[in-house]
Design a protein around this ligand. Structure first.
Ligand code: PLP
Length: 349
């Protein structure tokens, strides 16, 4: 019963097999000139219905975020994001480092979502061209958010409108893009560039890959410096097929969406079982595969005793303890049901 994080999951057998095949079928061109990497870009063009997009694999989500953001801003720029954004709190200032000094500016909003009106106000400040002021350059939103909620295309478009009105670029941290898409049920295009996203960090590691993400530029002009930045940043793998083979298998036969649908479904089953119990309360609506919930001490203690694993989470409600549960593509319904029966028994004692 491990609900600590979707990055503690294993990897999907089809992805492991694809990597194995890629390395046991002889030699291949290095540095991304191999057939896997070329096919991957074609596949992403089809998936996103965007024949001119360009896509580059990297090994971590942090690299995807910061290398793509570095293409969106000068070193004197400002990047706007939610205060809980991964780039703000979980990447050890890598954005500031890789952009050569661009500043992150928080724009708050409920349940992990950046408030589009607050953003519009911030971007309307008369700082453009004033040499003392950091120059607004990019907006970054996380999909799904760090609170497990999901932006729909209309919400993204509202953010994109003011972003583009002032000439900024819109970046999406899609470490859980598949989970978000599985929730919204629209097309990948509608949830990204058609809503105004300029560049996407397309996650796979948390949803069945060994370790692989892709940076997807919907505007190829924005990608001009990317390859230099990726090499300088140490993410130009000489055996790039290690990443591309994973991503190709991830996108084959809808594996990526099936994995995300499973993760979301196990999260929904957890929510349906937990929320009727007395004293439990969700901190945020559960849209994807992350659950933030207040658990009564009795229930928490019983679950801990039975070996269930999940992280404590800060709660601003005095006397109440909140926790985060994350499901993944390989979470079993049996584990969910076991967890729920322990919680239920402890609750009714
Ligand atoms: C996991 C995650 C990332 C990527 O993290 P890495 O550890 O660098 O792979 C990025 N953004 C969000 C929102 C995440 O949850």
């Amino acid at each position: 019963m491990n609900f600590r994080s979707d990055n503690e999951s294993g990897a999907h057998p089809s992805i492991i097999e694809a990597v194995s095949t890629a390395f046991s079928s002889g030699s291949a061109h290095s540095y991304g000139a191999d057939e896997w990497t070329l096919r991957l870009e074609r596949r992403l063009r089809e998936l996103f219905e965007k024949p001119d997009l360009v896509a580059y694999p990297v090994a971590t989500g942090t690299a995807a975020n910061v290398l793509s953001l570095a293409c969106c801003t000068p070193s004197w720029g400002a990047i706007y994001c939610h205060p809980q954004a991964h780039i703000m709190g979980d990447e050890a200032n890598a954005t500031e480092f890789f952009t050569g000094g661009a500043q992150l500016r928080p724009i708050d909003g409920p349940a992990g979502k950046l408030d589009s009106r607050r953003l519009a106000d911030a971007l309307a400040q008369p700082v453009y061209g004033v040499v003392r002021h950091p120059q607004p350059s990019a907006v970054s939103i996380s999909q799904a958010t760090e609170c497990g909620t999901v932006y729909d295309p209309v919400e993204i478009a509202a953010i994109a409108t003011s972003t583009h009105r002032h000439g900024l670029k819109l970046h999406m941290d899609g470490a859980r893009f598949a989970n978000a898409l599985a929730f919204v049920g629209c097309s990948a295009a509608e949830l990204s560039w058609q809503a105004g996203v300029d560049v996407l960090s397309f996650g796979a590691t948390k949803n069945g890959a060994l370790s692989a993400e892709a940076v997807v530029f919907f505007d190829p002009a924005l990608a001009r410096e990317f390859l230099f930045r990726r090499t300088r940043g140490g993410h130009q793998l000489s055996k790039m097929r290690l990443l591309s083979a994973q991503l190709e298998a991830y996108l084959t036969d809808g594996l990526w969406l099936a994995n995300a649908q499973h993760a979301n479904a196990t999260a929904r089953r957890l929510v349906a079982g937990l929320t009727p119990l007395k004293g439990t309360q969700l901190l945020y609506p559960v849209n994807a595969n992350e659950i933030f919930v207040i658990l009564p001490t009795r229930v928490h203690d019983a679950l801990q005793k039975a070996g269930a694993q999940y992280h404590p989470w800060p709660s601003d409600r005095p006397g109440e303890r909140a926790f985060r549960l994350v499901t993944a593509f390989d979470t079993s319904f049996d584990d969910v049901d076991k967890f729920l029966s322990i919680a239920k028994a402890a609750s009714s004692q």
